[in-house]
Every structure is written in C-alpha cells, then in structure tokens.
Design a binder for this molecule. Structure first.
Ligand code: DP6
Length: 325
C-alpha cells in the first residue's frame, strides 16, 4: 500500500470566480485570476486499501462523519474511474493555518487531495490535468495546483476549463495581508451563495461578462508595472461580486460592520499615499493587497487600527508531493 502525502497552498482571487455554468462538471461562468499564498496550506495523505470496506476521512486528527466523508468519496470516485480501480481509501488531512485565521479553504484541501489521490492511485497526471481534477472538488482548488499567479480559464467543457500560471513582472513584488475579523464558520457557503446568485440575481449576467473581461485585463496588467491599476481592478472585482448578492432574491451579504470599517480604513490609507487595495471572499474577512516595499508600514497601520490577527503572505509554491512510503 502506497501512502502519498501532498501539500497545496491556498489562493486568493484577484478577479473572483462567482457562479457556475455547469455544477456537475464545475465549469465556472467566468475565468478568474489568483495569487497562491505561502502562509496557508493543507497536507493530505491518501492510501488506497484493497481490504477497506469504505473510504475514511480524518481532518486535523478528528475522524469525520458520513456527510464530510461523502464529499471526499464523490471526489475519489472520479479518481477511481480514471485509475480503473475499486479500492477504497484512507484520507488524512491537516490544515496549516495560523490559529483562528478563518481561512481554512476548500482550495488547498481539494488541490492537495487531487495530487495525493491521483499519485497514490498510480496516475501520472500533468499539471494541467491536475487542475481539471482539483476543479471537480472545488472550483477555486484548480488555481491551487500552481504557485505564484494563476488564471483559471472558464472553458466550455471538462478539457478546456483548466488553470495555468501567468507571467508576473517581478518588480511588482506583490504581498497579501490576511486580516481575520471573524473566524466563525460562514453562514452561507460559497457553493450555496453563488448558486442563489446565479438563480435569482439580475446583476449576475453583467457580473459574469465583466469578470471575464477583467480576468484577461488582469493577466495583461500583471506583466506591467502599474500597481495602482492592478489594485483598483482587484478591489472592484470583489465589490462587484458582493453587489450581486445584494441583488439576489432574497438578498444577502457576507459583509459585517467590521468588513466595511476595514474597507474604509484601506481607502483612507490609500488616500494618504500607501499602495493598498482590499478584497473580500464569501465571508467577512478582508485581504489587503500591497507591495513588499510598503508591507511593514501597512501591517503596522492595520494592527494599530484593528484588533485582529494579521498574516503577511508572499506568493506561494506549486502543490507538491512531500512524502511517498
Ligand atoms: C468567493 O471554490 O469555494 O472565494 O466551486 O462551489 O467549491 P465551489 O466554490 P469555491 O468558491 C470560491 C468563491 C470565492 C471567489 C474565488 O475564490 O474566486
């Protein structure tokens, strides 16, 4: 029995993925662009066991219930079909996220699972095939197979919806600060939130068109040296995504009072000349994009104004196998 351990880092979208065109194949309505973060990752060990009578899943040392294990089983079924095996597997995952960071993410989880499970099953997938496999677990996971900066092409079928690295001007020296305002579990999951948005928000078609164009504009901007252009696109993509939920029926929002206060703080810091822009995902926490030159000053000012843990992240590495035994 081969036990394979893989590590994958989480990523934060600069241009958001919000809405599916096909929820079975997990095809997104628009392409998206992200930065993989060096500070947050998941390590997952997969062992296929011909004698096992079911899949088992242990997360952070705790054996998971039927519901959590079913999500893993559905994903492993795709791997089993590709590898032509019927064996069940033991899956053990550990999230390496600073205490109460509230950033535990399906992106690093399914990217690590895709790499560990496919390797343990004897498949030798290319990076691009891995991004397509990870996508089936969680859309954003397709972007965590590669480090640095990544575009996930929306595509129109399983083969064309993959992620790949994008060139970035090294002089940009981008940094992302994760500000944890609330570490409780979100009330509306991304999956449910985006499904409600697609089904009921009249803003959704406009969002999907704008986000597709913004993804390609972001890829171009990352090769340049205009940080303000990139930052403005990042902040606008997040605010446009959150606008779609306010127009859903019934309307909902992930923002809390502290989210808006932090957004205001970032805008005030910018008005005083600091290179800072904010982004938010399906929760109340704020991530702040800045440059390596400014990051200490930004960290100090955020820490002075907010009573919240802050983690400074640089671009992280590719998903990788760290142990095979
Ligand atoms: C707001 O990838 O978690 O973080 O594909 O249903 O698993 P599923 O959703 P998920 O959604 C991420 C949404 C987001 C924006 C982003 O990461 O692009």
């Amino acid at each position: 029995m081969l036990a394979v351990t893989a590590r994958a880092h989480t990523n934060i979208a600069l241009i958001k993925y919000w809405g599916k065109a096909d929820s079975e194949l997990m095809l997104p309505a628009n392409s998206s662009v992200s930065m993989t973060l060096d500070q947050f990752y998941t390590e997952t060990t997969v062992t296929f066991d011909a004698d096992a009578t079911a899949d088992s899943f242990v997360l952070d040392g705790v054996r998971q219930d039927f519901l959590a294990t079913t999500k893993i089983t559905r994903f492993l079924d795709i791997v089993r079909a590709l590898a032509n095996t019927a064996s069940f597997a033991h899956v053990e995952s550990v999230n390496h996220v600073p205490t109460a960071a509230g950033l535990a993410s399906s992106a690093s989880a399914f990217a690590a699972l895709a790499l560990a499970a496919s390797t343990a099953a004897g498949l030798n997938l290319t990076q691009q095939e891995l991004t397509r496999l990870a996508r089936r677990g969680s859309g954003s996971a397709s972007r965590s197979i590669n480090g640095g900066f990544v575009i996930w092409h929306r595509g129109h079928d399983d083969a064309s919806s993959f992620a790949e690295p994008v060139q970035v001007n090294p002089n940009l020296n981008l940094r992302m600060l994760a500000v944890v305002l609330d570490h409780r579990q979100k009330r509306v999951s991304s999956r449910q939130g985006m499904a409600e948005t697609v089904a009921t928000s009249p803003y959704f078609p406009a969002w999907a068109d704008a986000a597709e164009a913004a993804s390609h504009a972001m890829v171009r901007a990352l090769t340049g040296s205009d940080f303000a252009e990139i930052g403005a696109m990042v902040e606008r993509s997040a605010l446009m995504m959150h606008a779609t939920t306010l127009a859903a029926n019934p309307p909902f929002t992930y923002f809390q009072p502290e989210t808006l206060a932090t957004l205001q703080l970032v805008q005030d810091m910018r008005a005083k000349g600091l290179p800072v822009y904010a982004t938010m995902d399906a929760g109340p926490n704020v991530k702040v994009l800045t440059t390596a030159d400014a990051v200490l000053q930004v960290q100090d000012q955020l820490a002075a104004a907010l009573n919240a843990p802050i983690t400074v992240c640089a671009p992280g590495p590719d998903a990788q196998i760290i142990k095979e035994e």
